[in-house]
Design a binder for this molecule. Structure first.
Ligand code: SF4
Ligand code: SF4
Length: 190
């Protein structure tokens, strides 16, 4: 019949129009800030520093090697390594700052870190009227526990844990193999 296709098309349009007001799965607008979208695991914005255990600063994985600082394209990472009483590097950052107003979220710092010490965060509510000091994040603000890393990137965090555990096991086995063996018992004299 002439016009059947047109009627079918208009029916589909009408169903979709009505459905978009009544079917929650099809609502496209999130009423922020009352509602928040569940972020996908792959979402990232700015880096944070992972720490193990309860002590945020003492537990940092970062050894202040400065690789990320050197590789960061816009040069927005600033690190001063800690020194011991004899002036030797203590393998910890005394200062670790990231200017997130300059960071371009490229994740290169994460890719180059040999210690899985820096990861990408999902914290997006950082708007502030103060452009400079408020967006220069220090190590105290950047340090977050491994449990938080698991919360926002569970797949990647589980892979990192497995890798670090395997590296620790291999190091312990190597150390045990290199340890001096006890002398073999001498044969009894007659
Ligand atoms: S975050 Fe990683 S690459 Fe950067 S200084 Fe620390 S250990 Fe080195
Ligand atoms: S994400 Fe990119 S721009 Fe941001 S601190 Fe890391 S390397 Fe620098």
């Amino acid at each position: 019949m002439l016009g059947t296709g047109l009627i079918k098309g208009l029916t589909v349009t009408a169903k979709n129009f009505v459905g978009s007001f009544h079917d929650p799965a099809r609502f496209v607008t999130t009423q922020y800030p009352e509602e928040r979208t569940t972020l996908p695991e792959s979402f990232r914005n700015f880096p944070f520093l992972v720490h193990d255990g309860d002590q945020a600063i003492d537990g940092l994985r970062c050894v202040a090697c400065k690789i990320c600082e050197n590789e960061c394209p816009p040069q927005c990472i600033y690190i001063i390594p800690e020194r011991d009483e004899r002036g030797r590097p203590a393998k910890k950052p005394r200062v670790f700052d990231i200017d997130v107003s300059v960071c371009m979220s490229c994740q290169i710092c994460v890719e180059v870190c040999p210690f899985d010490a820096i990861k990408m965060d999902q914290q997006y509510e950082i708007a502030t009227p103060e452009r400079f000091a408020s967006l220069l994040l220090h190590r105290e603000q950047l340090a977050k526990p491994n449990a938080y890393f698991h919360q926002i990137h569970p797949t990647e965090a589980a892979e990192v844990d497995a890798r670090l555990a395997a590296m620790k096991r291999a190091a312990e086995e190597k150390k045990a193999a290199a340890a001096p063996k006890p002398p073999a018992p001498s044969a009894p004299t007659v």
